[in-house]
Design a protein around this ligand. Structure first.
Ligand SMILES: *[C@@H]1O[C@H](CO)[C@@H](O)[C@H](O)[C@H]1NC(C)=O
Ligand SMILES: *[C@@H]1O[C@H](CO)[C@@H](O)[C@H](O)[C@H]1NC(C)=O
Ligand SMILES: *[C@@H]1O[C@H](CO)[C@@H](O)[C@H](O)[C@H]1NC(C)=O
Ligand SMILES: *[C@@H]1O[C@H](CO)[C@@H](O)[C@H](O)[C@H]1NC(C)=O
Ligand SMILES: *[C@@H]1O[C@H](CO)[C@@H](O)[C@H](O)[C@H]1NC(C)=O
Ligand SMILES: *[C@@H]1O[C@H](CO)[C@@H](O)[C@H](O)[C@H]1NC(C)=O
Length: 553
């Protein structure tokens, strides 16, 4: 699948065999001092992190990254499910352009031959490498993580991934089950390791090789946790004694929630331990002691991933690459941990759409480390309740995850792709997101980034499809052909406004005259989005929740 010759050369690089100067093999030309990029994508991670103000969650290594980064407080994914979100932000296009709302099509064949972030870096002379879950596997990335277009090397997947959904979780009966809650003794699981540990090891090996390459690298590392099942080293449970774990502030299904907005979280119900609870479909509820256990295991999985991020970044540091590498950390979307009585992504609520977004740019978001100095020493989350980390720079403006493409390109000094025309199916390289570079232009390193322009004019768009107006077996993940309603949602600094409208999956047409339901929540008075005031607002002026046309930045 790799171009002949070049593929072998890259392979030689990674396998450590002797190889000639990579510089001469680079397909494009880049400045010799071009910055590398390390993109870390954590699956299903909402901003339950110390650096986002979470008081319970131990995430000292991600917090340390944040202390040297620009942290976006209000970043939102375009659709709260893995494949559509990943294809959206990796191509820099909205789901209405990639036409992927489910898992079942490959955008190049189905919508347009859109370039991806790694492909763009590759075309500009970078060696691009994928470790773990970066693209969603399967049809949506042509069963190849979009190879050969996006990657210089065959993408790496950890061998122990295949046990994720098998019976490897010891239950109270001493037998092995396919549970939702799955703290494990790593020494006892098949292969004696876990996928995210393997990915970290592979990524570190790659960094060691890539360091000596004459061309810059773009390394994407995708961690699987805290995606369900919560299969993590059992010692992480100790960080979250059950008596310290609170419930969601709003564990009830809100009275004013339109049924179309509710997702019945069918996937956790298939796990053996959840099946045994005999929950009623679609609304549950889950007994409160089990709610606490789910939250405990989610947070423990977050701390486990934090240690992997810590190992990876301390290796980057140890190889003296922190001076020359942009590090971005984000997630494909969030996850409801009982808010609105929900236990999944699959919605337009902030808990499902809001993502962490941190970007470290050497010498810009933090001073360059001195020679031999350490920016990212590994921090043990078990060592004494971590003192809170110095916060780094923060931006409160609303931003969209699909802006990552132009932003990373610009930060690395590549040409920022032009804005997309409407429609843009025929255009391979363009961006639907804003270029966020201006947030990285600090007068001097002491100055806080100030609001640039009017924050009230900024919006983040998300959307979610449904097969019916009431929750049913496939409401969480309808296939394209079954989609009947699309929930278009806008988040401004003041409110979230969602309309659920008729949608034709054959023509990809939304009918905004055919409104099935609406939601309106004000951020200040209702931060958890439990009091839908849509009906009361009818007749008042609100901006139409249409997809945006390209705008100025
Ligand atoms: C998808 O992969 C198949 C099999 O490798 C290949 O023949 C096909 O050309 C790929 N599709 C696109 C659009 O590149
Ligand atoms: C899609 O883009 C890739 C990379 O630019 C190119 O190699 C390929 O030929 C294009 N395919 C089509 C069908 O245009
Ligand atoms: C649990 O809460 C108690 C009381 O606030 C606190 O002293 C203790 O450190 C907490 N335990 C952990 C592991 O955070
Ligand atoms: C809003 O109005 C619709 C249509 O009249 C009704 O079905 C729905 O229950 C109302 N919602 C609330 C929260 O009052
Ligand atoms: C689960 O529900 C079924 C049907 O309602 C009932 O027969 C069974 O006893 C329940 N089991 C438990 C463990 O509650
Ligand atoms: C859009 O919905 C309205 C209201 O249900 C309906 O009258 C109209 O025919 C629909 N338009 C199309 C193109 O389906």
């Amino acid at each position: 699948m790799l171009p002949p010759g070049r593929g072998l050369l890259w392979l030689g690089l990674v396998l450590g065999s002797a190889c000639a100067s990579l510089g001469s093999a680079a397909p494009g030309s880049v400045a010799t001092d071009a910055l590398n990029v390390l993109l870390i994508i954590v699956d299903d991670l909402r901003p339950s992190l110390g650096c986002y103000g979470d008081k319970l969650v131990r995430s000292p290594n991600i917090d340390q990254l944040a202390s040297h980064s620009l942290l976006f407080q209000n970043a939102f994914a375009q659709q709260a499910v893995c494949a559509p979100s990943r294809v959206s932000f990796l191509t820099g296009r909205r789901p209405d352009t990639t036409r992927l709302y489910d898992f079942n099509s490959y955008w190049r064949a189905h919508a347009g031959n859109f370039s991806t972030i790694p492909q763009y870096f590759k075309q500009n002379g970078y060696v691009t490498v994928s470790v773990g879950k970066v693209f969603h596997p399967g049809i949506s990335s042509n069963h190849s993580d979009d190879s050969p277009y996006s990657w210089s090397l065959p993408p790496y997947h950890p061998s122990s991934e295949k046990y994720e959904n098998t019976k490897t979780c010891k239950g109270p009966d001493g037998e092995l089950h396919a549970n939702l809650l799955c703290p494990v003794d790593v020494a006892e699981v098949p292969e004696g390791t876990l996928p995210d540990k393997q990915s970290t090891e592979r990524a570190i090996q790659l960094l060691e090789k890539l360091r000596t390459s004459a061309v810059p690298f773009f390394l994407a590392v995708g961690y699987h946790k805290p995606h369900i099942p919560f299969r993590y080293p059992q010692e992480f449970q100790k960080l979250y004694p059950l008596e310290n774990v609170t419930l969601a502030p709003d564990p009830q299904v809100p009275a004013g929630l339109p049924p179309v907005a509710y997702n019945p979280w069918m996937d956790i119900r298939q796990r053996e331990d959840v099946q045994a609870l005999n929950l009623s479909v679609p609304y549950g509820p889950i007994p409160t002691d089990f709610q606490r256990k789910i939250r405990q295991s989610y947070f423990a999985s977050v701390s486990y991933v934090d240690t992997q991020v810590g190992r990876l970044l301390s290796a980057l540091d140890g190889l003296e690459l922190a001076r020359s590498t942009i590090v971005a950390l984000t997630s494909d979307h969030g996850w409801a941990l009982g808010e609105h009585g929900e236990w999944a992504k699959y919605s337009n609520f902030d808990v499902a759409t809001r993502v962490p977004l941190l970007v470290y740019v050497p010498g810009r978001t933090a001073p360059l480390p001195e020679a031999g100095g350490r920016l990212f020493p590994y921090i043990d989350p078990f060592a004494s309740a971590s003192e809170s980390m110095e916060p780094g720079r923060q931006a409160g403006d609303l931003v969209e995850l699909l802006s990552l493409f132009p932003t990373l390109a610009g930060l690395a000094g590549l040409r920022v792709p032009p804005r997309c025309p409407v429609p843009s199916f025929h255009v391979e390289l363009c961006r639907e997101g804003r270029n966020l570079l201006k947030y990285f232009q600090f007068g001097d390193l002491e100055e806080e980034p100030h609001a640039r322009g009017n924050p009230r004019e900024l919006v983040a768009y998300s959307q979610y499809p449904r097969p019916a107006d009431a929750p049913q077996w496939n409401s969480d993940k309808p296939s394209l052909k079954d989609i009947k309603v699309m929930g278009y949602s806008i988040r401004t600094v003041d409110y979230r406004y969602t309309v659920w409208v008729g949608f034709s999956p054959r023509e990809f047409l939304a009918n905004f005259s055919d409104v099935h339901a609406g939601e309106l929540y004000f951020v200040d008075s209702d931060p958890w989005q439990d009091h839908n005031v849509y009906n009361a607002s009818q007749g008042r002026a609100l901006p139409p929740p249409l997809m945006p046309t390209p705008e100025g930045t």
